[in-house]
Design a protein. Sequence first.
Length: 113
Amino acid sequence: QVQLVESGGGLVQPGGSLRLSCAASGMVLRLNNMRWYRQAPGKQRELVVDITKGGSTNYADSVKGRFTISGDSGKNTMYLEMNSLKPEDTAVYYCYSPARNIWGQGTQVTVSS
């Protein structure tokens, strides 16, 4: 059974940093295209970053230069490093496998002073 589990969310002050994790079971992350999405209260879910199995990335304009996607094949985990966080980054963050159409449960990120 394929499962994605996010972790690493929390409360952080504006300008701070967080690293989110997405641990996979039942599938090999490095062999799949993967995505991070986020959903803020009252808003539609939006794509944060897409990474192909070849390593090509595509970031939303709103996070370019601040967020970085990476992975650890040994741990079968991908990460989202988020720097210079802003209040508008507040959302539930999800990892997603397009090929399997599988979502994680999400992790809450709150940016507030």
